[in-house]
Every structure is written in structure tokens, then in C-alpha cells.
Design a protein around this ligand. Structure first.
Ligand SMILES: C[S@@+](CC[C@H](N)C(=O)[O-])C[C@H]1O[C@@H](n2cnc3c(N)ncnc32)[C@H](O)[C@@H]1O
Length: 248
């Protein structure tokens, strides 16, 4: 795990450990699509997810980026255990948070996180170069380095930490490191209480001014009682992305 000069991981942001199948459901992906990617996949933030380890088994090269990787691995695992406990408490208090379909409920769901966390710990210990300590809105990757970039449960989930300008800068950076032939997928588009981002239209307009095409894609079936919407971004003309203006 690299470190040097990145902002520390914010203590209020949960370090979750989702498995590959949950990533596929949340981002509208399939294992076959991941296996067929023409280049590496960036997961930012990667948290303590099992994605990198599991997708590698499919032949998909995943790089995970997250400021928490600046911490020693046992500290990251402790943060992941704390997130698991927070999720268990939240699901007990609000049963609607339990994911659908019904058999895929609380205990089963949390066990899938346990497995993903163990895969993460083993993989990041064996292959630390796959887990890069970095914080949006600045990533240490070359332009167009990734065929697909995923960003889950950060930019719209914590609006108190990521305001509109920060979101715009982070989304622009995610597009920069993604191939012009690829795409960036971001979800959820609501915060932890289910409140939708109220400035998505001006944000998409500002992205458009930076030659970034955006689409809100609706996925079938709710998760945690909420409609699934994914923001999909593509560089409309990557040569003009350097033009940066204030958003509003
Ligand atoms: C809720 S987890 C999401 C992890 C994973 N994407 C998932 O869906 O389970 C949020 C992660 O964002 C990371 N994070 C916080 N600030 C960040 C930043 N500025 N840039 C990138 N990641 C950040 C945290 O360390 C944490 O691991």
C-alpha cells in the first residue's frame, strides 16, 4: 500500500466490504462483461471490497484506490469491521434497508460482507500494488488508463463531505483516468437517508461544459427499498477536458 501526501481517510466515511455480486447488481454489470473488459478496471473508492480479488479470478484486472489504504492493513480491517457493525445496527433499526430479493436478507447479506472483507485482506496483503492510497479529486493515474471506472457509495452518499464543486472535480477526475472508449459508473445518487441529490441537473450541465456526456440509467429492481439509478459518464471529447470553470 502506497501512502505519501494524500489527505487522510475521513473517519465518518464507512469502509464497506461489498462482494463482486453486489457490485454487479448495484452498477448494472455482469461477470461476463467484467471478464470481457479490454483493459483494467478502477474501483474508487475500493474500501475493503472483495471486487479486486474476485474479478481477478475472472481475468479482469482491478486497481482499487482509496485513502484508507495509507493505513496499515489491520487498521483498514478494523474500519471494515466497524462498518459491518454499523450496517447490522442500521438494518435492525430499519428493516427496509435489508436488500432484495427477500432470501438475500440481513445475516446472509452480512456474511457476504465478511467473506468479501477476508478476500480483500488476503489479496491486499499478497498484492499491495493493486491497492493504491489516493483520494479524489486527485488520482495518481495516467489519462485514459482504465477501461471502466466504478465509484460507489461516496460522492453522493456523503453530501456533507462532498459538496457540488468537490463532486464535479471528482467526477471530472474519474473521467480523465478512464479511456475515451470506456465509461465511468457512479452510484448511489442519493445520500444515506435516501434523499436524492438535489443538484444533479446543474452538475450534469457543468459536466457537459467539460465535454463529458452523462446519462442516468435506471436499473431493474430496488435495492434497500430504493430505485437503483446509476450515473454513467463518458468523455465526449477527451482533448478538451482540461477546461475547468466554476460549476455554479
Ligand atoms: C462506503 S465506502 C465504499 C466502498 C466501496 N465502493 C463499496 O461500495 O463498498 C466509502 C469509501 O470511500 C473512501 N473515501 C473517503 N474519502 C475519499 C476520497 N476523497 N477519495 C476516495 N475515496 C474516499 C473511504 O475510505 C471508504 O473506504
Amino acid at each position: 500500500m502506497a501512502a505519501a501526501g494524500i489527505p487522510p481517510a475521513h473517519p465518518d466515511v464507512l469502509v464497506t466490504s461489498r462482494p463482486l455480486d453486489e457490485y454487479c447488481a448495484l452498477f448494472g454489470l455482469t461477470r461476463a462483461r467484467l471478464a470481457a473488459l479490454p483493459g483494467p478496471l478502477l474501483d474508487c473508492p475500493g474500501g475493503a471490497a472483495g471486487l479486486a480479488a474476485e474479478a481477478r479470478e475472472l481475468g479482469c484486472r482491478v486497481i482499487a484506490a482509496d485513502p484508507v489504504y495509507a493505513l496499515p492493513l489491520p487498521a483498514v480491517v478494523d474500519r471494515a469491521l466497524a462498518a459491518r457493525a454499523a450496517m447490522a445496527t442500521a438494518m435492525a433499526a430499519r428493516p427496509q434497508l435489508s436488500p432484495s430479493p427477500r432470501p438475500y436478507r440481513s445475516e446472509h447479506y452480512l456474511r457476504s460482507w465478511d467473506r468479501a472483507r477476508r478476500l480483500f485482506a488476503a489479496d491486499s496483503s499478497a498484492h499491495p500494488q493493486r491497492y493504491v492510497a489516493a483520494a479524489l479529486p486527485r488520482l495518481p493515474f495516467a489519462d485514459g488508463a482504465f477501461a471502466l471506472t466504478l465509484s460507489g457509495y461516496l460522492l453522493f452518499a456523503y453530501p456533507e463531505l462532498f459538496g457540488p464543486e468537490h463532486q464535479l472535480a471528482a467526477l471530472t477526475e474519474l473521467v480523465r483516468v478512464t479511456s475515451p472508449d470506456g465509461e465511468v459508473r457512479v452510484q448511489p445518487l442519493h445520500d444515506g437517508r435516501g434523499r436524492r441529490c438535489g443538484h444533479l441537473d446543474p452538475l450534469r450541465h457543468a459536466l457537459g461544459e467539460r465535454r463529458i456526456a452523462s446519462e442516468v440509467r435506471r436499473l431493474p429492481g430496488p435495492v434497500d427499498g430504493r430505485a437503483r439509478r446509476v450515473l454513467v459518464l463518458r468523455a465526449a471529447d477527451h482533448r478538451r477536458r482540461a477546461v475547468r470553470r466554476p460549476m455554479m
